[in-house]
Ligand binder design. Sequence first.
Ligand code: GLC
Ligand code: MG
Length: 537
Amino acid sequence: MPAREYDGSRCGQQAWWQQAVVYQIAPMSFQDSDGDGKGDLRGLIDRLPYLEWLGIDAVWLCPIYPSPMLDFGYDISDYCDVDPLFGTLGIFDELMTKLHARGIRLLLDFVPNHSSAQHPWFVESCASRASKKRDWYVWADPGRDGGPPNNWLSRFGGSAWQWHEGSGQYYYHAFLCEQPDLNWRNRAVRDAMADIIRFWLSRGVDGFRVDASAVLIEDELLRDDPPDPEFDPKTTPPPQRLARRFTDDRPECMGCLEELRAVLDEFPDRVLAGEVQGEVDRIGHFYGNDRPRFHLPLNFALLDCEWSALAVQATIDGYLNAIPAHAWPDWVVGGHDKPRIAGKIGQAQARILAMLLLTLKGTPFFFAGDEIGMPGVHIPKTAVQDVFEKLVPGYGLNRDPERSPMRWDGSPKGGFTSGKPWLPMGDDVVERNVLRQQKDTRSLLSLYRSLIALRKQEPALRSGDYLPLRACNDVLLFKRLTAAETLLIALNFSSEPRRLDVEKPARVLISTHLDRAAAKLRPMLRGNEGFVLKLNG
Ligand code: GLC
Ligand code: MG
């Protein structure tokens, strides 16, 4: 693949997804319109003015398809429709048209690895060993001892093999046993999945985030996974005690991703982002070699790293080193599977994170609620919804805290619903909500909005080169440059003031504090303060 296909900025022209700020929405937790306590597409439509006000360019929507909802909609029983909980295809079309009318693109979540056990394909596959769809899923005979075929573990606990009495074989499930893995070695499965992508692309969606993309194909010999050498019996959750050598990131999987990409490329100007598993040094190959794979393999490094200037500097460098020279970077700071970053680093540093996210080179992704600093909400044991926590309790794996509904105002139900919210709203709704932060010109929300606007204004932030400087004394420093201008970004990771030496005359474009003193260049950064400076001459 020609290098310039990766990085449009090098040939003077960027693709929309390189310029875009992407906002992830879990529809169940965004806005309810019908009082059932769960968000829906009509509710989302009602909130479009907010999205435009915030300035985001694209929405990535978590699954909206018909589903028994055992895993937040990631267990799909029909890939080409909308679950009645969320609305109808008609309302979906209305949502897409209205987003587009506001200049906002739409990415859907595409879940190719598994369907719901209630999908007609799986029902047919189970019917008998002679069924035409038998080979659409991954079936195997018992192992020598009569138990599961090998030691593979489900991510959600226990063996990854489920015995099917009726047809006398085991089937494989990387996640819940109600989420059987599709057999990507089967041509007919690949073709069916390609048609699903075409269905949505023809309808007008601008691309996809591909779920669990690295686990599409497992080892054909069904070899046992070895123990993970880093496993600690006290702290490692049981499903994570094996190194997933034979189930994850197999070479055959890459061919599937190349095929998906080729289908996407039948349509002009679309984007493929992918959830890729594994350490940062595995990210590079998801961009593709001779044939392209993802435009944007999602990068969670900032979420996972220790929060200090030195550690973040090393994380940024490590990631940029791990992707091909002309690959376009991306940065994700929140998501429906990840503990809320504000809970980890605190509200003051959440402002530093916002500035970092929106000034780094690459496409920024954040999750609805991150822009108001939503912390992980406390979930009493009796209110737990997430299957992960139910099946592997006690290891802090619960994903409900980050899935707590969006708070639009300070009322007890946060303006999210007139009914009973499906998860607790949190006890800080009065202090932390959209309305309150919209009125406060110095809020985190105002900061996100100002930074997004600044990114639109300054070509150096969207497409300029990235030049690291040496972090010291808790201050992370880097430049973004075009031929015409140089911006310096300085971020103070400490709560104490820190010296800032600027070699040239400079102008403050924005401070994370958004106050009057912020407009003045000082030889000091205040505690928890970040600057974007324009260097003159
Ligand atoms: C992905 C999703 C996660 C889901 C899993 C199974 O990791 O992000 O929420 O549980 O896939 O589909
Ligand atoms: Mg509803």
